[in-house]
Write a protein that binds this ligand. Structure first.
Ligand SMILES: NC(=O)c1ccc[n+]([C@@H]2O[C@H](COP(=O)([O-])OP(=O)(O)OC[C@H]3O[C@@H](n4cnc5c(N)ncnc54)[C@H](OP(=O)(O)O)[C@@H]3O)[C@@H](O)[C@H]2O)c1
Length: 364
């Protein structure tokens, strides 16, 4: 059997490079894809040779050909507000599994609203927001809330220092914070409209302790978590100091080693009438964590490793997945990270890669 073939769109970006390098090191067949042919060729030479595929967003036939040549497409080019639809559509039309790094709430919502039907029809699995922001929160919420009933609130709280935004991340952050159509999840329902961010204090466990947070931040957990946790409210928060650090927005061109110097603690609180449950992941280099999460997802989809082929349980708020595709992964449809893969074991696998230290505990 030939090794899985994985296409990486946006391969020349910071995230795409990390994804491509890791896939290459695992000995998988890869195609480096994006809109800049010369940059792709240079990257291919750096990696010691890999297929290259140049295709721009306004070339749907070429994007279909790209997706048609691979088992899985990992979409790393952003902002996804600009790039998301073209690649997801091409993957569905070509019958290729799909994983993306989207941070944008509206892209994630669009994936569930618009791509569920095409994904099921094509028999493919699409996993959206499989990254650090959004993805790690969704996985932690899934792991901590597993088997818990009567959930009132889920809070995913990100403490990040040393985040040096790339061009793609800066553009994405600017779009997100300028968008007044923010999605929130309160009183058991999704709402769209402007929400004035407030300052909140989140009680991170020691050594971090209580931190001032921007609450809410417009991350995709409000779309993804209610699909698998029946809660009254879901909210994502980010430490206020993250954007106060001067280098956050002035380091677009720093080298990869400097960029790897971020530190994070992502904590989740699942608040019920009877007590709280908590969990956290503590590590460094959020970019590497993002890249390897998408690689782990893609490898599972390509090899058919998911949740044993049974498909996840239908989510309380969502439509639930389609049937397992002959024992190959979670089956056809669009999934959040924690819907696509059993969250606890998936996180433990990421921990084994040295991406963070995981604590999943029950507080009573
Ligand atoms: N949720 C998370 O935690 C997380 C983590 C990592 C990344 N991301 C997201 O992933 C995206 C990329 O991040 P990055 O750090 O890798 O950014 P980056 O280093 O600036 O790279 C961006 C990549 O996207 C490509 N691109 C941008 N606009 C494009 C377009 N219109 N058509 C085709 N290609 C386009 C760029 O190609 P050119 O070089 O040709 O411009 C480049 O390859 C961002 O949206 C970011 O928010 C999210």
């Amino acid at each position: 059997m030939s090794p899985p073939h994985i296409a990486v769109y946006g391969a020349t970006g910071h995230t795409g490079r990390l994804v491509a390098a890791d896939l290459h090191a695992r000995g998988l067949e890869i195609t480096l894809a994006g809109r800049d042919g010369n940059a792709l060729k240079t990257l291919s030479e750096e990696l010691g040779g890999a297929l290259v595929f140049e295709a721009a967003l306004d070339e749907p036939a070429a994007l279909r050909d790209l997706a048609g040549s691979a088992d899985v497409l990992i979409h790393c080019a952003g902002p996804f507000t600009d790039t998301g639809r073209a690649l997801a559509t091409a993957a569905a039309e070509a019958g290729c599994h799909y994983v993306d790094h989207a941070l944008e709430q509206h892209h994630t919502k669009w994936m569930f609203d618009a791509m569920q039907g095409p994904a099921r029809e094509a028999g493919i699995t699409m996993v959206t927001a499989m990254s650090f922001y959004g993805g790690l929160g969704d996985l932690l919420a899934g792991a901590v809330a597993a088997g818990v009933t009567g959930v009132d609130r889920v809070i995913t709280a990100y403490s990040v220092t040393g985040w040096r935004l790339t061009t793609g991340a800066r553009k994405t952050a600017e779009l997100l914070f300028a968008d007044t159509r923010r999605i929130t999840y309160t009183d058991g329902a999704e709402h769209v409209g402007y929400v004035e961010p407030r300052n909140a204090v989140f009680p991170f466990p020691p050594p971090l302790g209580p931190r001032t947070m921007i609450a809410p931040v417009p991350f995709p957990e409000v779309v993804t978590v209610p699909r698998h946790v029946a809660a009254r409210q879901v909210e994502a928060q980010l430490t206020a100091h993250t954007f106060e650090e001067e280098q956050a927005f002035t380091s677009e061109h720093v080298d990869a080693a400097t960029r790897a110097g971020s530190h994070f603690t992502v904590a989740v609180q699942v608040i019920t009438q009877d007590g709280n449950r908590a969990g956290q992941a503590r590590g460094h280099d959020l970019w590497r964590m993002s890249a390897l999460a998408s690689v782990e997802a893609a490898v599972r989809l390509a090899g058919g490793q998911g949740d044993g082929g049974q498909g996840p349980e239908p989510g309380p708020g969502g439509q639930g997945p389609g049937p397992g595709a002959g024992g190959q992964g979670p089956g056809p449809g669009v999934f959040s990270p924690a819907e696509a893969f059993p969250a606890g074991p998936f996180l433990r696998d990421l921990e084994r890669l040295g991406l963070f230290t995981l604590t999943l505990q029950e507080e009573r």
